[in-house]
Structures are given as structure tokens and as C-alpha cells.
Design a protein around this ligand. Structure first.
Ligand SMILES: C[S@@+](CC[C@H](N)C(=O)[O-])C[C@H]1O[C@@H](n2cnc3c(N)ncnc32)[C@H](O)[C@@H]1O
Length: 193
């Protein structure tokens, strides 16, 4: 499995480990499962939190119909610059995911069909997680999906258990998929509103 973005990713990790949360980007396998089963033809707005160097973005753009709007929300300046150079046509919002609603709501009457997250929830403050989850739920249309992942080693941390409980309270359906072909192995959580 090739991971051509490893060096630029690792560089940002060493600058800000808590914000980046991983030494290397997600694997192709994680990206594949993250996007599996989505009817992209029926999407109008897709939002990605924390695209990093674009592990999911790259796979997403391959599948995106022309009519679908993509918004990447990335807080790290190094990654913002990297994404703009790698995918010159996409919209990158230079802000924190918890502030997403103001960007989408101001410009678009419609709600999002899909929110994909690469956020390092296990390292984030609970208050920030809670605001991000509430804003995400508000942003999604009915039947829309929120997809995120948590590394196996942090899945049973109290904060992550609380996160799963919160998601189960908010969403109609919450499914968890184990991915071993990633470093570190991770669980993908798919939530349907
Ligand atoms: C674990 S990396 C995932 C990167 C990429 N999605 C992947 O899977 O390879 C976490 C990403 O979230 C970004 N990030 C962390 N906190 C954020 C926040 N509150 N809002 C937006 N981006 C954030 C980091 O800068 C980094 O790009």
C-alpha cells in the first residue's frame, strides 16, 4: 500500500501532535470503507472535517458528481496549503469543524447529505466534541450520514465511550466497522439521521 503523503503528514504531526492525532495518514482501505455504500448520485453537499493531506478527499473526488458541492474544514495551516496545492479546485474552509454551520448555512439553503470526519476525537476537549456533534447533526438532512473513525487503542477510553453513547442518542442508526488494514487499526462509525 503506498502512502505518498506520509512525509508532509508526519511534518505537521511533529509540529502539533494533539491537533493532528496520528503520525501517518489513513490507509486506502480505511478511505474505501469510509466511503462504501454511499449513493453519490443523490448527494448535493458533502462536508469533510480534518482532511489532512487528503486521504479521504482523494477517494471522495473520484466519486463526486459535478453537481455535488464539497467543503473541507481544516484547522491546520500546513494542511490547508497542502490541500490547496494538491486539489486546486476544491473549497477548503480554514477553521475548526465546530464552526462549520456558519459557512454552510450562510450560503446554502440545503442541508448536507454526508459529513465525513477525520477529527482526532480522543484528543479533543469534551465541550468541543459536544459542540461539533450538535452542529453536525443540525447540518445534516434527514437520512443524511455522519461517518467518523476512532483508533482501536482509544476506542474504550471513557471519552470515546461517551462519544459513542452520544451518537447512539442522536442518530437513528449507528453501525461500527473494524478496519485492520490501517496503522493504527481503527473502527469506522457510520451514523444515519
Ligand atoms: C487524524 S488526522 C486525519 C487526517 C485525514 N483525514 C486522514 O484520515 O488521513 C486529523 C485531522 O483533523 C484536523 N483537525 C484537528 N482538529 C480539528 C478541528 N477542530 N477542526 C478541523 N480540523 C481539525 C487535523 O489538522 C488533521 O488534519
Amino acid at each position: 500500500m503506498s502512502r505518498p503523503q506520509v512525509l508532509p503528514f508526519a511534518k505537521q504531526f511533529f509540529v502539533n501532535p494533539k491537533e493532528v492525532g496520528s503520525l501517518i495518514p489513513s490507509s486506502r482501505r480505511l478511505a474505501e470503507v469510509m466511503l462504501s455504500g454511499i449513493d453519490f448520485g443523490n448527494t448535493n453537499i458533502i462536508v469533510e472535517y480534518g482532511p489532512g493531506t487528503g486521504a479521504f478527499t482523494c477517494a471522495l473526488l473520484d466519486r463526486l458528481p459535478l453537481k455535488t458541492l464539497y467543503f473541507g474544514v481544516e484547522s491546520n495551516k500546513g494542511f490547508q496549503d497542502h490541500l490547496k496545492a494538491r486539489f486546486p479546485t476544491i473549497t477548503i474552509i480554514p477553521d475548526y469543524a465546530e464552526n462549520i454551520f456558519k459557512y454552510i448555512d450562510q450560503k446554502h439553503a440545503e442541508k448536507a447529505d454526508l459529513v465525513i470526519s477525520g477529527l482526532p476525537f480522543s484528543l479533543m476537549a469534551w465541550d468541543t466534541i459536544k459542540i461539533t456533534l450538535n452542529e453536525t447533526y443540525r447540518l445534516l438532512r434527514n437520512e443524511g450520514e455522519f461517518r467518523t473513525f476512532i483508533y482501536n487503542h482509544s476506542f474504550y477510553f471513557p471519552k470515546c465511550k461517551k462519544l459513542i453513547t452520544e451518537l447512539r442518542n442522536q442518530y437513528k442508526i449507528v453501525k461500527i466497522h473494524q478496519i485492520f488494514k490501517n496503522f493504527p487499526p481503527a473502527k469506522i462509525i457510520v451514523c444515519t439521521k
